[in-house]
Write a new protein. Structure first.
Lengths: 234, 559
C-alpha cells in the first residue's frame, strides 16, 4: 500500500496519472515519478509525502486532492482510496479496479471508462461517464456510484455500464446515450435528448422532452433519432 | 554560404538524373561554384545521399475558414502533441494540424512550399493572417471564382474585358495567386439546397452554365497570362459515374494553348474518377481519365490520393459535403454560404476493410501510375485524402509493384474487380517521382525559381539519407518510405531549418501573390463592383488585404 499526502496547498493544478501500479514500485522510484505542476514537469516527491506500507496494490491519497487531475486515469486493476476530494478526469479511460472517493469529485469523472468501479461518497460535478469532446462514445462498461448529487450531462454518449446517483442530477442526463443504465434516486432536469438506446430510471421528478412516446415499458425515444431508449420511474 | 558536397542530385527540370555533384548556396539562392568562397562555406557532406529541391505542395488546405472550422469541430484531432513550446512554438494535431505544426511537419519531410487551395475572397484577410502564422514554408492562396455573382454577371453579358478586369482586381484585392474554380455553378445552386448535375445545367438565377463558367474563366486567365492556369475542382465530385463529367471538363481546355504551361489544372482527380451508378457498383474511371489527360498537351492533374487512416473532408463544394454527411452519418459543418463561395466540413476515416475507401485508395494510385509523369502531381488534397506527412507512402507505392502487391492483400478485395491497380506493372522511377513532387508542381504553378536546383533557383533543398545508385526501389520500399519521411537536411532560403527530424531554426517564408492590374483596364469592372457593394456586408474600402499587412509578401507582376 502506498500513501501520498500533499505537502501543502497547490497554487495551480497538478496533472498526475496516479494509479495503484505506483504501489508496486519502490518509494525512491515513486518520488521520481514525473507529473505536471502547472506547465512545469516536476517529480512527485516534490509535491507529496510518500509512505509505503506493505506490498498490497493499493493507493491511499490522504488529503485534499481537488486540484490533482487524472487520478486513476487508465488504471487496470488495484484500488485507490481518496480521503478527500479529487480533481477533474478522475478514472478516465479506466479499465478495471476500484476508486473510492470520500469527498467530492470534479468534472469528467470516469470519462470513457471501460471497466471497474468508482464510488464517490460526496457530490460529483458535470460530465460523469461521458465522452471527451469529439469522441463518439463515452463510458462503455463498469459502474459509477455517486452518493450525493451530480451536475449536468451525466452519461452523455454512454454506451454501456451503469451510473447510479443517490441524490439529484442536473440537466441533459443520458444525452445521445446508446446503451447502459442510469439510475437517479433524486430528481433531475431534462433527460434523454437524442437517446438511441439504454435505460434511464428516475425516482423523483424530471423534465421530459416532447420527443418521447408513452408506452407500457415507460417513455420510449428519442423519436428524433429513431431511438429506442427507455425512461421510466424507479 | 553552404557547400553541399558530393551529393547525388536528381533535378528533373535540369535533366540531371542521379549525378554526383556539388551544390552551392549563397544569399538564399543556388549559385555557381565560382560565386562562393569555399573557405567561408558551411560544408554538408552528402556523399551517398540524395539531394533534391524542396518539395512543392500545390494543393492543400492549410489556412483559412475551412481548416479552422475543421479544427473547431474536431477537438479529438488536437490530442497529438507534436512539439512542446520552448525554442519552437507548441504544435499539435493528428491530421488537422495547427498552423505551426503544418510548417514544422512540412519542413521535417523536406517540403518547402505549399499553396492553400481555396480562399473565399471575403475571407482573404483571415487566410493571410493564418498563412503568416505558418513557419518554415513559402506559400500562396488561390481565391475561388466559380460561384461568384460578379463572375456570373460578366459571363452573362459575354464581356471578356470586364471578366478579365474582375479577375485581376479580385486577385490583387485578395493577394491571391490564381483562379480556383470549385464545382462551378453547383455551390450557387446549393444556396437553394440544390446542385448542378452536368456541364449544361443552368445555374439558378443566372443564365450561365458550368461549361460557360469554366471556358470563360480559362479565356480570361489565358488572356491575362497569369503564372498559374485555371485550377478546377470539377462538378459532381464524389458521385459514382462522375468520371464522364471530369472528362468533359478536361476537354474544355481544347482550343487553348500556352507555350509555358498547361491551360487547365484539374485537381484531386481521385474524387472525380468514379464509374458506376451508385456506391454499390462503383468502379474506377481512372484509366479513361488517364487516357484523355495523356492525349492532351495542355492539361495537368493532381492525384488527391486517399490514405488509410484519419482525414477530414473539407472543400468549397458545399453540396457534396452535405451528401457525404448524409452518406456516412458523420458530423457536418456548412460554411461560407453567405459569401462568394460555399464550403462544408465532414470528418472521415479511410478504412482498408471498407470497399469504397479501398476503391478510393486504389484510384489515387492508378492516376499516379497511368498518367504521364509530366502531367500528374502528387497530392492527397490535405486533409481530404489524408495527411501530407504520408506523401512518402505514395511515393514509395508508385515506385514499387511489390509494395503495392503487399498493400493490395490488406485492403477490401472489391478493388480487384473494380480497378486496374492489381494489373498495373508500371513502376515510376525516382526521377519521375521527384518530378511529380518538385519540378512539376512548380511548373504547374508557374514558379520559376522553385522545384529545381539550377543556378538562380531558390535555395530550397532537401537531402535524404538514400543513395539512389545503390537502392533497389522495387524491393527496398520500406527503406525508401522511411528515408523520404524525414529529410536528413531541409534547407529553406539558404538556411538549414531541420536536420533528421529535429527543427533547427524557425524561418518565415514568402507569400506569393500575383498582380495583373497592368494587363487590364480596371475601370471596366469598377462601376459594377461599386454597385455590387451596395449589397455587401462590408464596404468596398474595407474589402481585401493590403500588401503591407502581410508578413513577407512577394509580388509577381504580370506585364
Amino acid at each position: 500500500m502506498l500513501i501520498l499526502r500533499p505537502k501543502g496547498e497547490f497554487e495551480v493544478c497538478v496533472e498526475a496519472e496516479l494509479t495503484p501500479e505506483l504501489a508496486m514500485r519502490s518509494v525512491e522510484e515513486v518520488k521520481k515519478f514525473k507529473v505536471y505542476y502547472g506547465n512545469r514537469v516536476v517529480e512527485l516527491g516534490e509535491l507529496f509525502e510518500v509512505v509505503k506500507e506493505g506490498e498490497e496494490k493499493k493507493l491511499v491519497l490522504d488529503g485534499n486532492f481537488s486540484r490533482v487531475k487524472w487520478i486513476g486515469a487508465r488504471m487496470v486493476d488495484g484500488e485507490i482510496i481518496v480521503k478527500g476530494s479529487v480533481g477533474a478526469n478522475c478514472g478516465a479511460f479506466m479499465r478495471g479496479g476500484k476508486i473510492i472517493v470520500e469527498g467530492n469529485a470534479d468534472d469528467w469523472l470516469g470519462t470513457e471508462m471501460a471497466g471497474g468501479e468508482i464510488v464517490v461518497k460526496g457530490n460529483a460535478r458535470n460530465l460523469v461517464g461521458c465522452a471527451y469532446y469529439g469522441d463518439a462514445v463515452g463510458m462503455t462498461a463498469g459502474k459509477i456510484v455517486i452518493e450525493g448529487n451530480a451536475g449536468n450531462y451525466i452519461g452523455e454518449k454512454m454506451n454501456g455500464g451503469e451510473i447510479i446517483i443517490k441524490g439529484n442530477a442536473g440537466d441533459f442526463v443520458g444525452t445521445e446515450m446508446r446503451a447502459g443504465v442510469i439510475e437517479i434516486h433524486g430528481s433531475c432536469g431534462f433527460v434523454g435528448g437524442d437517446m438511441r438506446g439504454g435505460e434511464i430510471r428516475i425516482k423523483g421528478s424530471f423534465d421530459l422532452l416532447p420527443t418521447f412516446k408513452k408506452t407500457e415499458k415507460g417513455f420510449v425515444g428519442d423519436v428524433n433519432v429513431k431511438g429506442e431508449g427507455v425512461i421510466k420511474t424507479l | 554560404m553552404i557547400w553541399i558536397k558530393n551529393g547525388i542530385v536528381v533535378d528533373p527540370k535540369n535533366k540531371i538524373n542521379a549525378e554526383k555533384m556539388d551544390i552551392f548556396v549563397k544569399d538564399g539562392k543556388i549559385v555557381a561554384e565560382r560565386d562562393v568562397k569555399k573557405e567561408d562555406c558551411k560544408v554538408i557532406d552528402a556523399s551517398g545521399k540524395l539531394v533534391v529541391a524542396g518539395g512543392v505542395d500545390m494543393h492543400a488546405h492549410i489556412a483559412g475558414s475551412k481548416i479552422n472550422t475543421g479544427r473547431t469541430m474536431r477537438p479529438e484531432e488536437m490530442r497529438v502533441v507534436r512539439n512542446i513550446a520552448g525554442k519552437f512554438r507548441a504544435a499539435v494535431g493528428r491530421v488537422l494540424l495547427t498552423a505551426p505544426a503544418i510548417g514544422y511537419e512540412y519542413a521535417k519531410m523536406g517540403y518547402t512550399t505549399s499553396f492553400e487551395a481555396a480562399q473565399p475572397p471575403i475571407g482573404a484577410l483571415h487566410t493571410h493572417e493564418e498563412l503568416d502564422a505558418i513557419p518554415m514554408i513559402d506559400k500562396g492562396a488561390l481565391p475561388v471564382f466559380g460561384n461568384w455573382h460578379l463572375v456570373f454577371k460578366c459571363i452573362e453579358e459575354k464581356n471578356l474585358e470586364k471578366l478579365k478586369a474582375l479577375v485581376a482586381w479580385a486577385i490583387e484585392r485578395t493577394k491571391g495567386f490564381g483562379v480556383k474554380v470549385v464545382n462551378p455553378g453547383g455551390v450557387e445552386a446549393w444556396m437553394y439546397g440544390g446542385n448542378v448535375k452536368n456541364l449544361d445545367d443552368q445555374v439558378p438565377g443566372f443564365s450561365v452554365t458550368p461549361r460557360e463558367i469554366i471556358t470563360w474563366l480559362i479565356k480570361a486567365n489565358e488572356e491575362l497570362g497569369l503564372p498559374h492556369s485555371v485550377h478546377l475542382h470539377c462538378n459532381n465530385l464524389g458521385v459514382p459515374g462522375n468520371y464522364q463529367t471530369t472528362i468533359e471538363s478536361i476537354k474544355l481546355a481544347k482550343g487553348f494553348s500556352n507555350p509555358k504551361r498547361q491551360v487547365l489544372h484539374v485537381t484531386h482527380v481521385q474524387f472525380n474518377s468514379y464509374a458506376g451508378s451508385s456506391w454499390r457498383d462503383a468502379a474506377s474511371g481512372a484509366a479513361e481519365i488517364a487516357k484523355v489527360v495523356n492525349s492532351m498537351e495542355n492539361v495537368t492533374i493532381d492525384m488527391g490520393a486517399a490514405i488509410f487512416g484519419h482525414a477530414t473532408a473539407m472543400t468549397g463544394d458545399a453540396p457534396f459535403q452535405f451528401s457525404l454527411h448524409k452518406l456516412i452519418g458523420a458530423r457536418w459543418s456548412n460554411k461560407d454560404t453567405e459569401v462568394e463561395t460555399g464550403a462544408g466540413i465532414v470528418p472521415i476515416g479511410y478504412l482498408p476493410s471498407n470497399p469504397v475507401h479501398s476503391l478510393q485508395w486504389a484510384i489515387g494510385l492508378e492516376l499516379g501510375l497511368l498518367v504521364d509523369s509530366n502531367k500528374v502531381v502528387l497530392t492527397t488534397d490535405y486533409p481530404n485524402g489524408g495527411p501530407f506527412t504520408e506523401y512518402p507512402y505514395v511515393m514509395a507505392m508508385l515506385m514499387s509493384k511489390k509494395m503495392r502487391e503487399g498493400e493490395l492483400k490488406k485492403v477490401h478485395q472489391y478493388v480487384q474487380k473494380a480497378t486496374t491497380l492489381p494489373s498495373i506493372e508500371t513502376e515510376k522511377t525516382l526521377y519521375e517521382v521527384i518530378h511529380m513532387t518538385r519540378s512539376l508542381p512548380a511548373k504547374v504553378l508557374g514558379l520559376e525559381n522553385k522545384g529545381h536546383l539550377g543556378i538562380g533557383a531558390d535555395a530550397d533543398i532537401a537531402i535524404y539519407n538514400l543513395n539512389p545508385l545503390e537502392t533497389d526501389f522495387s524491393n527496398e520500399f520500406e527503406k525508401v518510405y522511411k528515408s523520404f519521411k524525414t529529410a536528413e537536411y531541409t534547407i529553406k532560403g539558404g538556411e538549414i531549418i531541420a536536420k533528421n527530424g529535429e527543427l533547427l531554426k524557425e524561418v518565415f517564408g514568402k507569400t506569393y501573390w500575383v498582380d495583373a492590374r497592368k494587363r487590364v483596364d480596371l475601370e471596366a469592372v469598377i462601376p459594377d463592383v461599386k454597385n455590387y457593394f451596395n449589397y455587401y456586408s462590408v464596404q468596398l474600402g474595407n474589402y481585401g488585404v493590403e500588401e503591407r499587412w502581410l508578413k513577407n509578401p512577394s509580388r509577381i507582376e504580370v506585364v
